[in-house]
Design a protein around this ligand. Structure first.
Ligand code: S3P
Length: 448
């Protein structure tokens, strides 16, 4: 669905200690992929722990439009009856991916080598984001795409009737682009090769293997070379979605900075391609322990025990770590604002083309709250301070992670922090407000 109509202003105030268990939702990246690969398989896929955020619901609706049968049986429990590789039907209406770059880019890849035509659109945020990064490599398969100026949605994609396999080196670290090429490669004959100079999240490769595709990965001096053998028969699977480390980041960071806090966040994915925030927080001096480490649904998971950490120090995050924490820089910049010294985040220019320009959104909001910021195209620098004044209303810019980050900040500022619209939080973390309330965090809607 496109953007919600009425903004939902929210306010966070200085909080007492956060205590209890934070059951964060299923992983967004894995949820999208489970639905899409289920739709491309023969037989039934059963998913448990699916994130029921709007982004994933939009992908479910899209898979129905391409001919799969997608059914909800209970909270997080879904089945998909797939149509098989190359079996997508032509949708008879425009596919609205709402706020989700992952949804639209992966679905474009999934349909790109099947002879169907589909038109994609999204909300005001998604319709500003670049799609050329996906349609350029898809053109190598023989796929055509016509969108608005600058490769923006709405866009019509014409699947290649006679696709050829592709060898493609990613020009930017993007799991969405990598995944779009691999999904397109499924219905091309022969081997499709993607080379990623910097490793990005590897859920597509893991899950493709789980559904029966042959995917070889080699680490070479050029980077990770991923080779997919086309035209496999994918077979429906059971997928247990682990909890989302990017959503866990919000209660985790809140507990680290709110005095006296002690929380448990169970069952969070510890996939190394998603782990950069946790590596960084430990370097800053965070008190986080990883308990009960185990494997669930093909992903490493752990229970996170997080305690208030009064001596957090600013750090420098190296450019090579950026891809493994790309969605966590907004909330890291909040932790950095209350840490001792300066935090320098390098190699972060991809943040400029997310749901919002996240460097600009965080910089302007933090400055409005009294924090000193420096930035350039590819770097964000936050100067920590003892007590952040707050007292501002920050723009969330149709970006769930910006909204949640400023609400976490408001739990420790001298004066309350508001966001103009908390509505976008529902795209990835629909239970954010009750979950934070359950820990004792005073976050309220303006008129509540
Ligand atoms: C995602 C990849 C990342 C990330 C996004 C989810 C995915 O985007 O920011 O939230 O599931 O593949 P990019 O591919 O643009 O880096």
């Amino acid at each position: 669905m496109s953007s919600h109509a009425t903004p939902i202003p929210m306010t966070a105030r200085a909080s007492g200690p956060l205590k209890g268990v934070a059951e964060v939702p299923g992983d967004k990246s894995i949820s999208h992929r489970a639905l899409i690969l289920g739709a491309l398989s023969v037989g039934e896929t059963r998913v448990t722990g699916l994130l029921e955020g709007q982004d994933v619901l939009d992908t479910a609706a899209a898979m129905r439009a391409f001919g799969a049968t997608v059914t909800r049986h209970g909270p997080g429990e879904w089945t998909v009856q797939g149509v098989g590789v190359g079996g997508f039907a032509e949708p008879d209406h425009v596919i609205d991916c709402g706020n989700s770059g992952t949804g639209v880019r992966l679905i474009m890849g999934a349909m790109a080598t099947t002879p169907v035509t589909a038109t994609f659109t999204g909300d005001a945020s998604l319709n500003k984001r670049p799609m050329g990064r996906v349609t350029d490599p898809l053109a190598l398969f023989g796929t055509q795409a016509v969108g608005r100026r600058g490769g923006r949605l709405p866009m019509t994609v014409v699947g290649a009737p006679d696709p050829v396999p592709v060898r493609y080196t990613l020009p930017m670290p993007s799991a969405q682009v990598k995944s779009a090429v691999l999904l397109a490669g499924l219905n091309a004959p022969g081997q499709t090769v993607v080379i990623e100079p910097e490793a990005t999240r590897d859920h597509t490769e893991r899950m493709l293997r789980g559904f029966g595709a042959q995917v070889d990965v080699q680490d070479t001096p050029e980077g990770r070379v991923i080779t997919l053998t086309g035209r496999p028969e994918l077979t429906g699977q059971s997928v247990a979605v682990p909890r989302d480390p990017s959503s866990a980041a919000f209660p985790v960071c809140a507990a680290l900075i709110v005095p006296g806090s002690d929380i448990l966040v169970p069952g969070v994915s510890r996939n190394p391609t998603r782990d950069g925030l946790y590596v960084t927080l430990l370097e800053m001096g965070a008190d986080i322990t990883f308990e009960n480490e185990r494997e669930e649904g093909g992903e490493p998971v752990a229970d996170l025990r997080v305690r208030y950490s009064p001596d957090l120090q600013g750090v420098e995050t190296p450019a090579h770590r950026a891809a493994s924490m790309i969605d966590e820089f907004p909330v890291l910049s909040v932790v950095a604002a209350v840490a001792r010294g300066t935090t320098v985040m390098r190699g972060v220019k991809e943040l400029r083309v997310k749901e919002s320009d996240r460097i600009d959104a965080m910089a302007r909001g933090l400055e409005a709250c009294g924090v000193r910021i420096d930035e350039d195209e590819d770097t964000l620098i936050v100067h920590g301070m003892d007590r952040v004044p707050g007292g501002a209303t920050c723009e969330s810019r149709l970006d769930h992670r910006i909204a949640m980050s400023f609400l976490v900040l408001g739990l420790v500022t001298a004066r309350a922090v508001s966001v103009d619209d908390g509505g976008p939080i529902a795209t990835s973390f629909p239970a954010f407000e009750p979950l934070m309330a359950g820990l004792g965090a005073p976050i309220q809607r303006a008129n509540a």
